[in-house]
Design a protein around this ligand. Structure first.
Ligand code: SAM
Length: 289
């Protein structure tokens, strides 16, 4: 699948291959994943996502006031804040809020500029604490699968977006259909947890439907490559590290977590035979104007 940007009328989007796999699209939202803080920190430490950061910076190039919903530990938020007049993030997780508020920006990713210019508010996407049209660009990167009510979150994002501003837009990032991390979790951990299959494309397709109904009819999609890097020279050590990271990401403390780690080993053997030192975290960047 190529990393090309495409732009189509919103009505043509539901069946777009970037929102696949089409044969596994669920009829309703499976509910939020529980993102463990420890799992997230391990994830960010191994993540390289230059292409994704560049795509987000390009999307907000003409925006002055930016809201980054669910800023996490702020790696992406800081990159945006360095380039815009005002950058605000709303984040519900107390420990991530602490990291975001730390004066030295004590999150990982030392190559990201630290501006200290981020306004951090605890809160949820589903009830954004701002008047209508408060921001030019409103971003939510890898947030919808963690929200209780993704549709309400998207409606709130549209409400606080000033679509008459030159850089007025909603920007969402979710997993590409061939996202290697999500595929491994779906293959091994999700069934052991007895949960419904994770499908990132259906959340983006639903968001397009909602946004186009609200008047955001100019939609573009851009596929990005990103990856978690596992540089351990010994294959078994690498597999142990990857199995722990994948399990802890969504299932830290789950009663079947130990079983998940074991069950991931053969899948990771197969994965690393093809791609020895990385697991892809391919994304779709959706810009709605
Ligand atoms: C996978 S992380 C992504 C963080 C950041 N956007 C990034 O790309 O680095 C998802 C973030 O969304 C936050 N989140 C979960 N539910 C949310 C909600 N209802 N509203 C806003 N943020 C939420 C989580 O606490 C977490 O920090």
């Amino acid at each position: 699948m190529k990393s090309a940007a495409v732009a189509l009328p919103a009505t043509d989007f539901a069946a777009h291959p970037f929102f696949g796999p089409l044969d596994r699209r669920p009829s309703r939202y499976r509910g939020p994943h529980r993102l463990s803080h420890h799992g997230w920190l391990n994830f960010v430490e191994r993540l390289e996502r230059r292409e994704e950061v560049s795509a987000v910076l390009a999307a907000v190039a003409t925006s002055r006031r930016v809201l980054d919903v669910g800023g996490g530990t702020g790696e992406l938020t800081r990159a945006v804040a360095a380039r815009v007049e005002r950058c605000v993030t709303v984040e519900p997780h107390a420990r991530r809020v602490e990291v975001l508020q730390a004066p030295d920006g004590s999150a990982q990713a030392p190559d990201v500029p630290r501006t200290g210019g981020i306004e951090v508010l605890p809160g949820h996407a589903e009830a954004l604490p701002f008047p209508d049209a408060s921001f030019d660009a409103v971003l939510a990167c890898w947030v919808l699968p963690y929200a209780e009510d993704p549709d309400r979150a998207v409606r709130e994002m549209a409400r606080v977006c000033d679509r008459s501003a030159p850089g007025g837009r909603v920007v969402l990032i979710g997993g590409a259909p061939d996202n290697e991390l999500v595929s491994l979790l779906n293959e091994v951990c999700v069934p052991l947890a007895g949960e419904p299959h994770d499908h990132q494309g259906h959340l983006l397709a639903d968001a397009v439907r909602t946004l186009s109904g609200l008047g955001f009819t100019d939609i573009s999609l851009h596929r990005t490559e990103a990856a978690l890097h596992f540089s351990e020279p010994d294959l078994e050590e690498r597999i142990t590290a990857a199995a722990a990271l994948l399990t802890d990401f969504w299932y830290e403390g789950h009663p079947r977590a130990a079983e998940m780690r074991e069950a991931l080993r053969p899948a990771l053997h197969r994965h690393f035979a093809l791609r020895p030192y990385a697991i892809g975290d391919q994304g779709i960047v959706l810009v709605a104007v």
